[in-house]
Design a protein around this ligand. Structure first.
Ligand code: GNR
Ligand code: NI
Length: 175
């Protein structure tokens, strides 16, 4: 097991578009383990491979209260969406920033398991929010991209300020 480094804005590598996973091998199992450990240590509810500088289409998430139900989605695709809902989001790659984002309320997702087998699921609530947030990472998109120009400027200023305050790490608990 190894904890991986999480890239933070404005790192340009966060803008990389990930490629499909093709090899369902031991290397993939190790990556899933490492990403899951990294997510739990960072107190996140999800983590996309892009955030740990691996540009493959996979993500892990655990939206359970006890943080004991890790899930992995490989080569995820959204087949159907229904409704809209707004939720306050945060991101391990955009530390200390929280903002309301509107997304589909319910989604039907198709993805692969670690062994390559396909599954389909209907998701809603935080599970749907998190999956859409992680899938955005896989195409180089961050939640702050959805904000109005004014709000984005405020976010940029706050991030600059955070970086100037030397030795002070921004809040990392994003639940
Ligand atoms: O830990 C996280 N919490 C969160 C809260 C609301 C909406 C999305 C998220 S995902 C985030 C972890 C993360 O950055 N995943 O990419
Ligand atoms: Ni994120």
């Amino acid at each position: 097991m190894a904890k991986l480094e999480i890239l933070e804005i404005p790192d340009p590598r966060l803008r990389t578009v990930a490629k499909p996973v093709e090899a369902f091998d031991d290397g993939l199992l190790q990556l899933i383990e490492d990403m899951t450990e990294t997510m739990y240590e960072a107190q996140g509810i999800g983590l996309a491979a892009t955030q740990v500088n691996v540009h493959k289409r996979l993500l892990v998430l655990d939206v359970s209260e006890a943080q004991d139900q890790p899930r992995v989605y490989i080569n995820p695709e959204i087949l159907e969406t229904e409704g809209r809902e707004t939720c306050e989001e945060g991101c391990l790659s955009v530390p200390g920033i929280y903002a309301e984002v509107s997304r589909a309320e319910k989604i039907t997702v198709k993805a692969q398991n670690a062994d390559g087998s396909f599954f389909e699921e209907e998701l809603d609530g935080m599970h749907a929010v998190c999956l859409q947030h992680e899938m955005d990472h896989l195409v180089g998109k961050l939640f702050v991209d959805y904000l109005s120009p004014l709000k984005r400027r405020m976010v940029t200023k706050k991030l600059e300020k955070q970086r100037k305050v030397s030795g002070q790490k921004p809040a990392k608990a994003l639940l």
